[in-house]
Design a protein around this ligand. Structure first.
Ligand SMILES: Cc1ncc(COP(=O)(O)O)c(C=O)c1O
Length: 393
């Protein structure tokens, strides 16, 4: 029934979600292990879950709440932003996850036809958020070939020379899909370039607690900066759908416009989920850090599994839950490699193409406990050895 002609171009011309394709692949391969989805293996803190279990009969749980989020959660978040992130002049809106936060921000700040800037490899859902809102002029900047840090010189030149000036620049810190973190001096430099050009900077801090090797995540604040956060990975709350936006309090009209978007999409984030978020925060961020530190072992196993790709092929991984690897030159068709690895070796990854980098793969080290990760890395290593030696036979 019907034809594509009857469907909105904004949807039809938006990329197909890679996770949906990969989930289909996973369902089709019996016994496959997944290094694909960006998830963590833990559940929310036990005491927080127990408190929420008792809440379901409370009438307020079944009603709508304030669009901006429960006052007590926003208060706790304002304190957290001030104490942990050094963000003192930001207002908070609670959303149904960081992805919804990002769409809210794009709808609040960008008009169809505006140009925006991302850096490769980029987060596919952010790219899709632009596409589906008519912000189709997406300028993709390079990363440093060794560190994958966003190229600030390219940014400066691009913002200076592109007319009209791009409306918004976005980065993920530490990154999805690369796991690369952005050192504070570089983040400040990017921020200054955006400020001087009259352009917004949106920083996705979903993985703020996922830092390794003594590195420290930092945020910056300004009247041209929006910071996005998520409860999904930190507190193992993927399915509860809670994230939040820290936006500049001093910018006239920002809150009012953001509220219009929020009121038309979720109205409010699920109330029970917000209560769980609050109780999880009461347990504290040290709990998150304790979970995260064990992921180093998974990362080690997977770095070894990727060794057949050769020296210099594996990048990132100093933050978030991802390693990023280049396939040998002749395997630019990364979807084919991912399918082959799934079907022949029972291990599933994400191809680099949906992140703007064909010929690459993303490996997630957050979703499996160490024993399962060991199995996945054995399969991956065997598969990659075979790929490099014999091709996809
Ligand atoms: C960079 C980044 N932003 C946002 C999200 C989505 O998070 P949420 O579950 O809070 O919507 C993810 C999930 O993988 C992510 O990696």
């Amino acid at each position: 029934m019907g034809s594509y002609g009857m469907l909105a171009k904004r949807a039809v011309l938006t990329d197909t979600p890679v996770m949906v394709q990969i989930q289909e692949l996973l369902r089709g391969v019996k016994g496959a292990v997944s290094l694909a989805q960006g998830v963590v293996y833990w559940q929310p803190p036990r005491t927080a879950l127990e408190k929420v279990q008792e809440l379901v009969w409370e009438p307020s749980i079944s009603r709508y709440g304030a669009d901006e989020g429960l006052p007590e959660l926003r208060e706790a978040l304002t304190k957290k932003l001030r104490e942990e992130n050094n963000l003192c002049k930001s207002s908070v809106m609670v959303t149904a996850g960081a992805n919804q936060a990002f769409v809210n921000i794009v709808l609040t700040l960008c008009d169809a036809g505006d140009s925006v800037v991302m850096f490769a490899p980029y987060y596919f859902n952010a790219y899709m958020a632009f596409q589906m809102t008519g912000v189709t002029d997406i300028l993709v900047g390079p990363g440093d070939p060794n560190t994958l840090y966003p190229d600030a010189d390219w940014l400066e030149k691009t913002l200076r020379e592109t007319k009209p000036t791009p409306k918004l620049v976005t980065v993920v810190n530490p990154g999805n899909p690369s796991g690369t973190y952005i050192p504070e001096p570089l983040l400040k430099k990017i921020s200054d370039i955006c400020k001087n050009a009259g352009c917004w900077l949106v920083v996705d801090n979903t993985y703020e607690y996922f830092m390794y090797d003594g590195l420290k995540h930092s945020c910056i604040e300004g009247n041209h900066i929006v910071n996005i956060f998520s409860f999904s990975k930190a507190y193992g709350m993927m399915g509860w759908r809670v994230g939040y936006i820290a936006f500049p309090s001093e910018v006239d009209g920002f809150a009012a416009q953001l509220l219009k978007i929020q009121d038309n999409i979720p109205i409010c984030a699920p109330i029970i989920s917000q209560r769980l978020a609050l109780h999880s925060m009461e347990v504290g961020s040290q709990w998150v850090t304790d979970q995260v530190k064990d992921l180093v072992k998974n990362r080690e196993l997977l770095v070894d599994a990727l060794s057949p790709l050769g020296e210099g092929a594996v990048k990132g991984g100093e933050g978030a839950i991802y390693l990023w690897a280049k396939l040998p030159e002749k395997f630019a068709k990364d979807f084919e490699v991912v399918r082959w690895l799934a079907n022949k070796h029972g291990v599933v990854l994400i191809p680099g193409s949906p992140c703007g980098c064909p010929g690459h793969i993303r490996i997630s080290f957050g979703g499996l406990v160490e024993a399962d990760c060991r199995l996945a890395s054995e399969r991956l290593k065997k598969g990659l050895e075979e790929l490099v030696r014999d091709g996809m036979v």
